[in-house]
Design a protein around this ligand. Structure first.
Ligand code: PMP
Length: 408
């Protein structure tokens, strides 16, 4: 019945997880999937989330009814403020349409479906950073969109290839779609500085390109929600970008609610046009209705409980600092061990300077394979390590193993 069907290899990331789970070595280390772990290597339920769950399920109006097709309105309203800022011009001028999505992945998918049908700018090609989160490619390719890449990471200098990035913006057909990681770039952990962001945004505007901001790590890079939204807020508040802007927002990482699939897609329209905004909303609704009928309720209600309660919101901001500062501490420890204690050949400065969940270590795929087979340390073959998997108990082992594979 399915004459052309072929079995695919396991997803690289989830396949890695399966090998890790099957490994019986007691000192194994998981630096694969980007999920926060506490100092004992355990998943962490944020105190803000725990408190919000109790508040939610003990409230009188708690139930499991369907949400509307747009999602949970009190969540959407606050989610827009989190990413755009409470004083956002776009919110004040009623230029924002928000739709709840299946976390960040679902938001990217809805963006792709929407743009495929309604966007007529440029060549309709979507430009992704090289490298990027592996799923970006297939989310858009599955929809039949043409995917291109722009230079991002200079492997020799382990820094941003700004020249390559800007020249790719200039040479792309006018009105192309550019996907930008709002902060904590995955997989490199390397973000443009604010001056570099300005240059990038001005060039994008000069060519009328349409931006999709993928915001999967707000609060994770710096511990500060505002700082991590710099590029987004600057584009909008300074009126830099005159075309619509799409934001794909995930609460998976910054609320530690990976499995609950809490997210939103927002479109910021350059003008307040009731007709356009209403049309966008209705088309989002049609996409959601046909694909998932209506968004999941539980996670969005928890995040909404946090965002709508000043005390819980304050606790959440503390939790963000707990997570980001533990990760930064591990970056420094790994750097110090490699550089000062083991004198491992090479420059490891980038481990310290990169931000967010990941570090692009610069280890080759052969070294990564040896880390797994000899040392029971698991990371993806690109050499990306989830720094959240490091802790006081395993960082020495990891540094020694990095040293051994580099010298091998
Ligand atoms: N974008 C990027 C860059 C990511 O790294 C991730 C998660 N790994 C996502 C989007 C989507 O995550 P989720 O669907 O879990 O929100």
């Amino acid at each position: 019945f399915f004459p052309t069907i072929k079995e695919l290899p396991p997803d690289p990331l989830f396949g890695l997880k399966a090998r890790y789970n099957a490994d019986s070595r007691s000192d194994k280390v998981d630096l694969g999937i980007g999920a926060y772990r506490d100092n004992n290597g355990k998943p962490w339920i944020l105190p803000a989330v725990k408190q919000a769950e109790i508040k939610l399920i003990t409230s009188d109006d708690y139930n499991h009814e369907y949400l509307s097709i747009s999602g949970f309105e009190p969540f959407l309203k606050e989610a827009a403020k989190i990413i755009l800022g409470t004083e956002s011009k776009a919110i004040k001028e009623n230029r924002v349409v928000s739709q709840q999505s299946l976390s960040g992945t679902g938001a990217l998918h809805v963006a792709g479906v929407f743009l495929k049908e309604f966007y007529y700018g440029g060549s309709k090609s979507i430009y992704l950073s090289s490298p990027t989160w592996a799923n970006h490619q297939q989310i858009f390719r599955n929809l039949g969109l043409n995917v291109e890449t722009y230079p991002y990471w200079n492997n020799d200098s382990k820094s941003l290839d700004l020249t390559g990035f800007l020249s790719s913006i200039k040479s792309a057909p006018e009105g192309s779609i550019f996907l930008l990681h709002a902060c904590a770039h995955n997989p490199t952990g390397l973000d443009p500085s604010s001056e570099q962001w300005k240059q990038i945004l001005y060039e994008l505007e000069a060519k009328n390109h349409l931006i999709i901001f993928d915001s999967a790590y707000q609060g994770f890079a710096s511990g500060d929600l505002e700082k991590d939204a710099f590029a987004i807020r600057y584009s909008i508040d300074q009126d830099i970008i005159k075309t619509p802007i799409i934001i794909c927002q995930s609460f998976a990482k910054n609320c530690g609610m990976y499995g609950e699939r809490v997210g939103a897609i927002h479109i910021i329209n350059p003008i307040n046009s009731t007709a356009t905004l209403g049309a966008i909303k209705s088309q989002f609704n049609k996409i959601i209705r046909s694909e998932i009928s209506n968004p999941p309720a539980y996670g969005s209600k928890i995040v909404s409980t946090i965002l709508n309660d000043p005390n819980l919101k304050q606790q959440w901001e503390k939790d963000l600092i707990t997570m980001s500062s533990r990760i930064n501490k591990m970056r420094i420890e790994l750097f110090n061990l490699l550089t000062h204690e083991l004198k491992t050949p090479g420059n490891w400065e980038h481990i310290k300077s990169q931000t967010g969940m990941f570090s692009f270590t610069g280890l080759s795929s052969e070294m990564v394979a040896r880390l797994e087979s000899v040392h029971a340390i698991y990371l993806v073959s690109s050499g990306r390590a989830s720094v959240a998997g490091l802790n006081d108990h395993n960082v020495k082992k990891v540094a020694n193993a990095f040293d051994e594979v580099v010298r091998f």
